[in-house]
Design a binder for this molecule. Sequence first.
Ligand code: COA
Length: 315
Amino acid sequence: MIMKSVQIISTGLSLPSRAVTNDDLAAIEDTNDEWIVKRTGIRERRFTEGEESANSLALRAAERALKKSGIDRKKIGLVIVATLSGDYSTPSVASQLQQALGLDKDIPYFDINAACSGFPYAIETARSFLYANPERPYALVTGVEELSKLLDMTDRSTNILFGDGAGAVVIRLVEGSYASVLGAQSSLAINCMGAKSDSSYIRMDGKEVFRFAVRILPHMINTTLEKAGMTYDQIDWFVCHQANKRIIDHVVRAMKLPGEKFYCNIDRIGNTSGASIPICIAEMEEKGLLHSGEKLLLLGFGSGLTWGSCIVSYR
Ligand code: COA
């Protein structure tokens, strides 16, 4: 059987201009740089300001990815946005990209909310759509979050972790081995209600999430590679959701994996949930770290609790 794998053609990055350091947070609550760096690896994060919003960040990242791809926009067959924090519950962020990007109206536009696993969920969904519709062979997949608006600035156990930003990729299908693992188990360990009340803020049982993360990451890595018939050394980059540097370090140590293959930007960007993986990929491309044919294992985990991984290649 010929497998259809996902290839990244181009990427786009969009970060808010305002950097919020640990010292900025220490000025408004009882925390400090040393505690935050030691427990999370985070030194600063970006928060939107002024006219910036989830939709405007998504638009900028998507526009950059499309421009870099050089493809005819009529060949985009699908637009998906991974997010839990769009400007509105409805309309979706994806539908608001149509006009601004000059894309055809007669293609699907929708958001996926699988929290920090959203980007692998979106890639897997796009893969199925592209497979069924070969006449429009490209998909635009964006991850965006504006989590700063969901933070309780009196809750130091969550507001130090999260940030805002967007990353986007244009993908197509190519021949090659592919595998994905998507899953969920019901839990309120991280939750954020939709009403305009105190409960609209992100709440989290940090210890439970930590335990879940260090259990699910090895499961995803092993199962995805097994399904694809690949081994660790055939993966060039492990692009892990940026939740906490300690989680990544723990898994690297426990599985004896090469740490230098795990791209990390949590020190500068914080945890941007569904946007963290495409932000990493876009930064990696900008820095010239990605080379033709390289294989990336994308690894997401978070609220749900959900998890999602897949193997993609770089053009
Ligand atoms: N600054 C200073 N002290 C803080 C603090 C902060 N920002 N937040 C909590 N503390 C204090 C607590 O009040 C507690 O004090 P006490 O011992 O006097 O009661 C102490 O630090 C330890 O708190 P605890 O919550 O047990 O810390 P922890 O070691 O579990 O670390 C997290 C907290 C959030 C960093 C950690 O649980 C974590 O990273 N979990 C995973 C979170 C995650 O990745 N979420 C996103 C998944 S997508």
